[in-house]
Design a protein around this ligand. Structure first.
Ligand code: 1CP
Length: 352
C-alpha cells in the first residue's frame, strides 16, 4: 500500500475529521480547460482520448496541475459500458453521445451479455493503473460508473433525451423487459467497478444522473434497488483501506433517507437541496458531498466567495462534508474562477 499524502477526501467520506474541507469538481477534467481542448483536437475525438490510457491519464491530471484539488477522477465516460456491449457509441459535434444500435425490442436485450471488464474494457483499467502510478500517492483517485437506470436510458433512447419517452414506455408497458436489462447492467456495473477498484481506484462514485426523472414509486423500483445491489457487491477494502462509495442521484433530494440506507458512505447532492437539512436527515449515517450551483462559477469571485461561505455554514461544524458542485462544471467557466473556488473552500474551512 502506498501512503496517501493527502487523504482528506477519504477521511471526510468516512466522516473522520480533516483540517479543511476537501474539494473536487464533477467534470473537473474536460472542456473548460484549454489544454483539454488542445489534446482533444490532437486526439481527433472524445472516444480516442478515453481509449488511449496515456491520453486519459494526461487529461485526468490536467486539472490537478492548475487547481489545489483533493482528488483526481478517472477521465472516461459512463457510456463506455454500453459501447463495450456492442451498441456502437459515437459523438456528433454539438449534439452529444449517440448509439448506432440502440435497444428497440426484447431480442436486443436478450442478445446482450454481461460486461467482462478484463476483456472488454482493458483501456479503462490500464488508465486507472497508469493514473495511480503518475499520482504517486498525492491525492486519491475516484473511479466511477453510471447507475444501471441512467445507462439504460441512453441505451433505449439511443442519445441524450429530455423526456425519456421510449424508456418510460418500456417502464409502463413492458416493465419485465426493463428489469431484465437492469439486471444485466447491474452485473456489468459491479464487474466494472470492482475491476476499477482492483486496478487502484480508491473511491467510487455512481452517477445516477437521470434518477430524478422518475416518479417516487418508479425511483425505488427501477433505480434505487439496483444501486443498492451494486453497493452491496463492491469490494469494501483494498490495499488495506476502505473504499468509500458515493451515490449521486441528480434531482434526488426527496430520496436521501432511502439512499442513506443502501450501505453507501456518502451522498452527492445537487444545488436544490439544503445542505443543513440534509445533514439533519442523514448526516449520522453518511457523509455529504456538494452542492454549489455550477452557474456560480461563471459569475466570478464576488459571487463565489459568499456562496462558498453560505454552503460551509449550512453544513456547520464537524466532519463529513466534501465540497463539490451540484453537477458538472460547464465548458464556459473561466479556469481562474475555478481556481478561486477551490482556494476559497480551503481558506474558509481551514481550522488550523
Ligand atoms: O470533449 C467532448 O466534447 C466530450 C464531452 C465529454 C466529457 C469531457 C463527455 C461526453 N464525457 C466527458 C467526460 C466525463 N463524463 C467524465 C470525466 C471525468 C470528470 O472530469 O469528471 C465523467 C465523470 C463523465 C460522466 C458522464 N457522462 C455522465 C454522468 C455525470 C453527469 O455529468 O451527469 C453522463 C450523463 C455522461 C454522458 C455524456 N457523455 C458526454 C456528454 C456530453 C454526456 C451528457 C449527454 C447528455 O446530456 O445526456
Amino acid at each position: 500500500m502506498d501512503s496517501l499524502k493527502n487523504d482528506s477526501l477519504i477521511r471526510a467520506l468516512l466522516r473522520q475529521p480533516t483540517r479543511r474541507t476537501p474539494v473536487w469538481m464533477m467534470r473537473q477534467a474536460g472542456r473548460h480547460l484549454p489544454e483539454y481542448r488542445a489534446l482533444r483536437a490532437h486526439a481527433g475525438d472524445f472516444m480516442s482520448l478515453c481509449s488511449h490510457p496515456e491520453w486519459a491519464c494526461e487529461v485526468t491530471l490536467q486539472p490537478l496541475q492548475r487547481y489545489d484539488l483533493d482528488a483526481a477522477i478517472l477521465f472516461s465516460d459512463i457510456l463506455t459500458i454500453p459501447d463495450a456491449m456492442g451498441l456502437g457509441l459515437y459523438f456528433v459535434e454539438g449534439e452529444g453521445p449517440k448509439f448506432r444500435k440502440p435497444l428497440r425490442c426484447a431480442k436486443d436485450v436478450e442478445s446482450l451479455q454481461v460486461l467482462d471488464t478484463a476483456k472488454d474494457l482493458t483501456y479503462v483499467t490500464d488508465a486507472v493503473t497508469l493514473i495511480r502510478r503518475e499520482l504517486n500517492g498525492s491525492v486519491p483517485l475516484i473511479g466511477f460508473s453510471g447507475s444501471p437506470w441512467t445507462l439504460a436510458t441512453y441505451m433505449i433512447e439511443g442519445a441524450a433525451s429530455r423526456d425519456f419517452a421510449r424508456t418510460k414506455s418500456w417502464l409502463y408497458e413492458q416493465p419485465e423487459l426493463l428489469h431484465q436489462l437492469l439486471d444485466i447492467l447491474t452485473a456489468s456495473v459491479i464487474n466494472y467497478l470492482n475491476a476499477q477498484i482492483l486496478s487502484g481506484a480508491q473511491v467510487i462514485q455512481i452517477f445516477d444522473t437521470w434518477g430524478g426523472a422518475l416518479s417516487d414509486a418508479a425511483y425505488y423500483e427501477f433505480s434505487l434497488d439496483y444501486m443498492q445491489k451494486v453497493v452491496s457487491s463492491l469490494i469494501p477494502v483494498n490495499e488495506g483501506r476502505e473504499v468509500p462509495v458515493i451515490l449521486f442521484t441528480k434531482g434526488g433530494g426527496m430520496w436521501l433517507d432511502a439512499l442513506a440506507k443502501t450501505g453507501c458512505h456518502a451522498l452527492g447532492l445537487d444545488w436544490t437541496v439544503n445542505l443543513g437539512d440534509a445533514r439533519r436527515r442523514v448526516g449520522s449515517k453518511v457523509a455529504l458531498q456538494g452542492n454549489m450551483d455550477p452557474a456560480v462559477l461563471r459569475a466570478g469571485p464576488a459571487a463565489i466567495e459568499p456562496e462558498v461561505r453560505r454552503i460551509l455554514r449550512s453544513f456547520g461544524d464537524g466532519s463529513g462534508h466534501v465540497f463539490n458542485l451540484g453537477h458538472g462544471i460547464t465548458p464556459d467557466v473561466d479556469p481562474k474562477h475555478a481556481a478561486f473556488f477551490v482556494d476559497t473552500v480551503h481558506r474558509l474551512s481551514n481550522t488550523g
